[in-house]
Design a protein around this ligand. Sequence first.
Ligand SMILES: [Zn+2]
Length: 290
Amino acid sequence: MPKLIVIDPGHDTDDPGSTQIDGAQERTYTLPLALATRDALLRGWDCEVVLTHEGPGMVPGGDLAAELRARGELPNQLGADFFISLHHNAGPSSARGGELYIWTSKRNANGGLVWLPAIDPATGLPNHEAPRSYAIAQVVQPAIRDALAQFGIPWRGAPDRIMCADFAVLRYPELPCMLVESHFGTNQQDDDVADSPEFIPTLAQAIASSLAQALRLTARPEEWQLPRAKVLLPTRPGDDAPREIFGEIRDGVTYAVLPGMSTEVPVRAVAEAMGRTVRFILEPPTVIIE
Ligand SMILES: [Zn+2]
């Protein structure tokens, strides 16, 4: 059985997340990152990937507590092997850098969240309660840190720092899980580089390959991994721009994971069967679904 990874694009249309310094909403960053991470995993390794949502959340009506609980319980219901929630951070304009969180039940005296290093520097003892999450985080954290460093984004605190907090979305998965805050959308330097076209593909590849290593996924045969084709999805009401995903060309057929599906399908055949018109541009290879 291939391992199943659930990816949670932080926030949704009801709860857009924080506002970046350029005015964009956090959700417009987390969904493309989640899609790119899913595609990198499926392209490179034998696994299955499910997203908690692709725009509108799981619980209609905007009940945030119910939404986060539904997302955290989805991997339990699916019998998943790993859960990752993707975000960017927000704070004072000077704050920048990446962070990675695993779960702890600890809260402060008022019941509010506490943010602890996963290992207490004073005692050398763990603050977290999820040793399997911590073991995986120790593989994923340096990969994310190094990917961010390529873009000049620092890691917050010590170079190997992993944090823990009682985040609602990490409270419910009964399996290893983590939450990534890749950078601060409220910092000019972080936000500028995160908008560069190579940022999301690079970060997604780093998350995918380190997860593959930590979860011991089996690599796909090399011929699965190239060449890629861009797939432009039809715009839906509320979309800001055409949605792009990436597919694989094998024997002249483009395969991709279309919205709402958890595995690759031949794009043209499936789109045409759904009554869509499909066009193909050769350079660069692009499938346009209209
Ligand atoms: Zn967030």
